[in-house]
Write a protein that binds this ligand. Structure first.
Ligand SMILES: *Cc1c(COP(=O)(O)O)cnc(C)c1O
Length: 441
């Protein structure tokens, strides 16, 4: 179905009816929308047969490619049985099985799964649950939260209160309850001569000092373990997680691990927390959990937190809900995703892919404009040393010309490909990114 008219037609209709996310709509005058007809594997296709390698996993959600036959089949089968039903007062197989499987996979002690839809709703749930826990426990003053500098935890108002990205926050400052931030262990911020690990230890001391002063008013510390995604793939040493766990426990403050982006094998282990050898009080999962198919988010909690709500009084219960909580189709897509992890030994297979991509990246890393090349699991990032105007947009446009879907954040270019990316596609990705970077010069 290669019909050139369809590309233009769809773009025109979209601009006159759809308000696109994360966009200044006027910019589409200069940087046109890309109409998509279909997706297959790591590739997205428009109506004219142009293709784009999805190097950002469609905003970090896709794990096993577009239109994956195994996930398709699972969702199709579920569709014939139960598409959706309310989860209050009812239950169904997909949600039970998924909760059981996640308990087996997650760090120890996280016994119950609470379901939301998007990542931001998981953040909201964790913040509410944490403060409500302290209230149930007779500490109604513990209502504050802290996060890392440059943190990102979603864009609803509660999630924005722990998100430190000025561009997303500033217009809504008056609507958001201002929360404190502590120094980010981002390795790029290490002092000259200081190792990433030493920098992480220094930041943990700052966290310790902050909690020592304010622990009575703080319910929880929320962190993106190992990689702060929206901060520009800011990576840190895992010792920070180990220390943060110990510090939060010592001060009686919950630790919320937001693994919405880094969970599901993205950093090389199923969950990033494993690399710090810790178990958080709340674990947030979304994005890749359904393989990038359907919106689903999960808040896993420690048993002792669950117990603090278990009571004869309704008001002590957690009454939060979303209409599509625990949607069976989404849970089924998640189960199919977990099946693929197990069946294909994905974590080990990814290790080989990481080695391969690193082995072919020497030319790219050594380009004069490339700075801070870094890698954690299936995430690679670097900065482009240029003060050029609209660098991110020019890079995005050049990428498209080379059949790449790159979506830089400021000067940071990153790769976060689906796990099914093969050697040929990795060569194409790295080789063409070299050309893009050279053309940006
Ligand atoms: C994407 C993301 C969120 C928000 O998820 P949405 O589904 O976009 O609401 C929260 N935290 C982190 C770390 C994320 O990367």
């Amino acid at each position: 179905m290669h019909n050139p008219a369809q590309n233009q037609d769809l773009v025109r209709r979209s601009l006159s009816s759809v308000w696109h996310p994360c966009s200044q709509m006027k910019q589409y005058e200069n940087f046109p929308l890309i109409p998509l007809e279909r997706g297959k594997g790591a590739w997205l296709y428009d109506f004219e047969g142009n293709r784009y390698l999805d190097a950002v996993s469609s905003w970090w959600v896709n794990l096993f490619g577009h239109s994956n036959p195994r996930i398709n089949a699972a969702v199709r089968e579920q569709l014939e049985r139960l598409e959706h039903a309310m989860l209050a007062g009812f239950t169904h197989e997909p949600v039970v099985e998924l909760s059981e499987r996640l308990r087996g996979l997650a760090p120890e002690g996280l016994g119950h799964c609470f379901y939301g839809s998007d990542g931001a709703s998981a953040t909201e749930i964790a913040l509410k649950m944490s403060a409500h826990y302290w209230r149930n426990k007779g500490h109604p003053d513990k209502t504050r939260f802290i996060s890392l500098k440059n943190s990102y935890h979603g864009e609803t108002l509660g999630a924005l209160s722990v998100t430190d990205v000025a561009l997303f926050r500033d217009a809504y400052g008056a609507l958001i309850s201002q929360q404190a931030t502590v120094a980010s262990p981002d390795t790029r911020l290490a002092a000259p001569g200081e190792s990433g690990e030493d920098h992480a230890r220094r930041c943990a001391r700052a966290l310790d000092e902050h909690l020592a002063r304010h622990r009575d008013s703080i319910a929880a510390f929320i962190v993106e373990p190992l990689v702060q995604g929206a901060a520009g793939m800011a990576m840190h040493h895992p010792v920070y997680l180990t220390l943060a766990r110990e510090i939060c426990s010592r001060h009686g403050v919950h630790l919320i691990a937001d693994e919405i982006a880094v969970g599901m094998g993205r950093t090389g282990t199923m969950f990033a927390c494993e690399q710090g050898n810790i178990s958080p009080d709340f674990l947030l999962i979304s994005k890749g959990i359904t393989g990038g198919y359907l919106p689903l988010s999960i808040v896993m909690t420690r048993d002792e937190i669950y117990q603090a709500f278990y009571d004869d009084s309704s008001a002590r219960g957690f009454l939060h809900s979303h209409s599509y909580t625990g949607n069976p189709l989404a849970c089924r897509a998640a189960l199919a995703t977990l099946d693929i992890f197990r069946h294909d030994d994905v974590l080990n297979a990814n290790r080989k892919k990481v080695e391969y991509l690193n082995s072919i990246s020497a030319n790219l890393r050594e380009l004069p404009m490339v700075r801070n090349w870094r890698n954690t699991g299936m995430i690679w990032a670097f900065e482009i040393a240029s003060t050029g105007d609209r660098l991110a947009q020019r890079c995005f446009q050049l990428g498209l010309q080379h059949e790449l879907l790159l979506r830089p954040m400021g000067n940071t270019v990153y790769f976060m490909p689906p796990y099914i990316v093969d050697e040929e596609e990795m060569q194409l990705l790295v080789g063409r990114t070299e050309r893009v970077v050279e053309q940006l010069a």
